[in-house]
Design a protein. Structure first.
Length: 184
């Protein structure tokens, strides 16, 4: 059973949109690899099963809606206050969400098949727009995929602490697992 042509609204009610980070630097053992949920976002997939070139994707993310869900590794487990501090750092020092409240992605080209597709598009965050590639697959009404974003390409300095001994890796992962329900 294939997917029908049409518009599919996307958002938190559709499923999961997450960011994953890794740690680097001399003090990496002290830090955590993070899984961060994006809690406020919306988008739309226009799907043309006859040809991916007729399809498109747009997504808008509230830059202040990142919530730390998990921290693995590290010397000690993350506390509620650690999570709150990390979320504040993301808003204020990494994404500067007061100045740049919205992160957007707009596709410019889609190719491949439902089982394996590639979306090229422009990602705007922290006041800069750069191309990014998303890879994914569609099966049984769910679309899953990922992208890798090097923060420095958008002028973002990856967060560091302890005089640079502990840092977040420049590349962060973005992954999604979404159910597609046609627009009513």
């Amino acid at each position: 059973m294939g997917i029908t042509a049409g518009a599919y609204p996307l958002g938190p009610e559709s499923g999961l949109l997450e960011v994953t980070t890794t740690r680097a630097g001399f003090g990496a053992k002290a830090g955590h690899d993070l899984t961060i949920a994006v809690t406020r976002w919306r988008g739309e997939a226009l799907i043309d099963p006859a040809g991916p070139a007729g399809s498109s994707l747009t997504v808008e993310v509230d830059a202040g809606s990142f919530e730390v869900r998990e921290g693995t590794g590290g010397v000690k487990p993350l506390t509620a206050s650690d999570r709150a501090e990390i979320e504040k750092i993301i808003r204020e020092k990494v994404l500067h969400s007061a100045r740049n409240p919205v992160i957007t992605f707009r596709s410019s080209r889609i190719e491949g098949t439902a089982e394996s597709f590639r979306v090229e598009g422009d990602l705007t965050m922290a006041g800069a727009t750069r191309p990014v590639e998303v890879r994914g697959s569609l099966a049984e009404g769910r679309v899953k995929g990922s992208a890798v974003v090097a923060q420095s390409r958008w002028g973002i300095r990856p967060y560091s602490a302890f005089l640079g001994a502990l840092k977040v890796g420049d590349e962060v992962g973005i992954r999604f697992d979404l159910g597609l329900v046609p627009k009513q």
